[in-house]
Design a protein around this ligand. Sequence first.
Ligand SMILES: C[S@@+](CC[C@H](N)C(=O)[O-])C[C@H]1O[C@@H](n2cnc3c(N)ncnc32)[C@H](O)[C@@H]1O
Length: 236
Amino acid sequence: MTAIDPKAILGDVSGGRVLDVATGTGSFVRFLLDGLRDHAEIVGIDANAERAAAFSVAFADRPDVRFVEMDAHRLAFPDGSFDTVCVSNSLHHFTDPAPVLAEMLRVRRPGGHLVVNEMYCDGQSETQATHVLLHHWWAAVNRLHGEVHRETYERGRIVEIVEGLGLADLRIVDLADPDEDPHDPEAAAELEAAIDRYVALADGQPELQARGEALRTRLRQVGVRGATQLVAIGRA
Ligand SMILES: C[S@@+](CC[C@H](N)C(=O)[O-])C[C@H]1O[C@@H](n2cnc3c(N)ncnc32)[C@H](O)[C@@H]1O
């Protein structure tokens, strides 16, 4: 297990022109900015236009970072136009990750890097399991509203997916923060607010709402820490 130190993981990678697929509000872009040895530009794409505002605020002081609304299945970029392509915590948001990964490899230049970061569900501590269970409940509520959001993968399946891409120099690292306070008041308040939102979204589904309330109790009693994530970095 490695502590979360972006420089230790990405410090030997010159990013060049970087694409972050399914960037959301850009939390992995922050990881890239902290970790990569250098870069020319970072483009974050996401299908959800509502993410653009928060992304733009987060990187208002960074002319080298921009957001484009786009579906990951049809990247509107020429072949080989990026040096580094990344996807973080989103493989389980696609019906099938294979076509998205194929698109990412198409727009990456030969010899460029691919970075996959994905949390997984197995082998987690009791406090980390709270994070996984919350995630799986959020996914069930999202599916109720027609969104593609599956439960997170087991670690072995993520390894299988990245090994299947035939990358060279593949490095796989498991990341978690050993110093995270499982009862951090700020994190707990944010999660309780998220539980409130999702209980409201599950209106008319008493079983799903009860699952949320049980998770609220677990959060208060057991606490929560971020689930361990797998980071895979390879070249072609
Ligand atoms: C859990 S968020 C991950 C955000 C960010 N990458 C991170 O690591 O925090 C998943 C993101 O995938 C995006 N997404 C889902 N399907 C997509 C698609 N087909 N094309 C582009 N983005 C998509 C969602 O809009 C959401 O912002």
